[in-house]
Write a protein that binds this ligand. Structure first.
Ligand SMILES: CCC/C=C/C(=O)SCCNC(=O)CCNC(=O)[C@H](O)C(C)(C)COP(=O)([O-])OP(=O)([O-])OC[C@H]1O[C@@H](n2cnc3c(N)ncnc32)[C@H](O)[C@@H]1OP(=O)([O-])[O-]
Ligand SMILES: NC(=O)C1=CN([C@@H]2O[C@H](COP(=O)(O)OP(=O)(O)OC[C@H]3O[C@@H](n4cnc5c(N)ncnc54)[C@H](OP(=O)(O)O)[C@@H]3O)[C@@H](O)[C@H]2O)C=CC1
Length: 256
């Protein structure tokens, strides 16, 4: 177990913190002494999550679509006025839809690239310029996906997440003089609200194709983010850590 003070006095923004993996990350950060802001598009989802999260510590939400530069700019101003600083950004918001490559429309491709690559970039650049670079201190954790062998069945998200992984490496070098660390977390298949987006037949028997024979939990992903965000990982930057029960190494991800 980590010390309950691991993230004491840290201000943390978790995008997509109103559900699934993001909510588990927010909860873990609160339980380890941080104050947390969650952000996403749907206020109702954020409000419901907040009611649970604020029982663990100081938490609030901001409605923000990570694809909209003006909303991101307002979010940065809001945090500057309310909290006065930001220590850790967890870029968890994202998602996609399953489709064979030949069936993806131009709009469908752009929607997924916008959400996962452009949105993550816009958030990272704006918050680094507002907080991390002037503070000469910052930490970014990017949630991507299992793209180790490409992403058959979801080429759009595979391309977007590979972009985020490469961006993580580049910025880890460019921004190391500002004492900013950036790392990526690549979950395999995690038992989470996100899986509701997929047809049950697609998910059937998935565990059999994972070396550890089970799906991951949102808490397991949250623990990894906690570690990367904390001083325990002070010499780790530009890295991608897979949390997938060995899935990247063996077996089909899912039937396409
Ligand atoms: C199991 C694997 C492991 C991974 C798990 C996870 O990641 S769990 C996390 C899971 N959580 C999430 O994924 C949550 C977040 N995900 C989302 O919000 C959406 O999936 C989004 C990324 C498409 C953004 O949506 P948006 O509001 O910007 O999109 P929009 O509605 O305006 O449509 C734009 C274009 O996309 C097209 N299109 C959309 N859906 C489908 C479909 N099912 N089928 C086909 N096409 C689809 C749509 O047709 C349109 O093109 P058209 O018809 O004009 O040519
Ligand atoms: N579950 C899994 O097996 C895996 C998940 N992942 C990734 O982990 C992350 C979390 O997934 P999970 O918790 O399972 O799924 P969810 O669908 O529950 O989480 C996605 C979150 O992102 C938010 N979001 C989506 N698009 C935007 C946007 N444009 N702007 C702001 N917020 C947005 C959603 O909130 P709102 O609707 O309010 O905007 C939601 O809270 C996602 O990036 C997902 O792709 C990766 C690999 C596997």
């Amino acid at each position: 177990m980590f010390s309950k003070e691991l993230l004491k006095d840290q201000t943390i923004l978790v995008t997509g913190g109103g559900s699934g993996i993001g909510k588990a990350i927010a909860k873990a950060c609160l339980q380890h002494g941080a104050q947390v802001i969650i952000a996403s598009r749907k206020e109702e989802k954020l409000q419901t999550a907040l009611e649970e999260l604020q029982t663990y510590g100081q938490c609030r939400y901001i409605v923000c679509d990570i694809r909209e530069p003006e909303m991101i700019s307002k979010l940065a101003t809001d945090i500057k006025e309310q909290e006065g600083k930001l220590d850790i950004l967890v870029n968890n918001a994202g998602g996609q839809f399953p489709s064979r490559a030949e069936d993806i429309s131009n709009n469908g491709w752009n929607a997924v690239i916008n959400n996962n690559l452009n949105g993550t970039w816009l958030m990272t650049q704006t918050l680094a310029k507002t907080f991390f670079i002037p503070q000469k201190q910052g930490n970014v954790v990017n949630i991507i996906a299992n793209i180790f062998r490409g992403f058959p069945g979801m080429v759009h998200t595979g391309a977007a997440r590979a972009g985020v992984e490469n961006m993580t490496k580049t910025l880890a070098v460019e921004w190391s003089p500002y004492n900013i660390r950036l790392n990526a977390v690549a979950p395999g298949i995690i038992k989470s609200t996100g899986l509701e987006q997929y047809p049950p037949e697609m998910l059937k028997g998935l565990s059999d194709n994972i070396p550890m024979k089970r799906l991951g939990t949102t808490e397991e992903v949250a623990n990894l983010c906690l570690f990367l965000g904390s001083p325990l990982a002070a010499y780790i930057t530009g890295e991608t850590i897979y949390i997938d029960g060995g899935q990247r190494l063996w077996g089909d991800v899912f039937k396409i």
